[in-house]
Design a protein around this ligand. Structure first.
Ligand SMILES: [Zn+2]
Ligand SMILES: [Zn+2]
Length: 69
């Protein structure tokens, strides 16, 4: 299950959480990102949900990594 992120404080929640426990704001799904962001390109990149590999370094995306676990 994808992580969710609070749009207000940036906390990351796992699993079934729907609201931030600090702000009471509805969480947003964390975007698909490079799982080993070693360069600025990787850190800034946001991928489609179906994308499996980072287009800059070839590492798995965070969504693909989660699917493997
Ligand atoms: Zn919050
Ligand atoms: Zn990358």
């Amino acid at each position: 299950m994808a992580n969710k992120i609070c749009p207000s404080c940036g906390r990351v929640f796992k699993g079934l959480a729907r609201f931030c426990s600090q702000c009471g704001i509805e969480l947003k799904k964390e975007p698909n990102k490079c799982s080993s962001p070693s360069t600025q390109l990787c850190r800034d990149a946001v991928f489609d949900e179906e994308d499996i590999f980072c287009r800059y370094c070839g590492a798995l995306t965070t969504f693909a990594k989660e699917r493997q676990m």
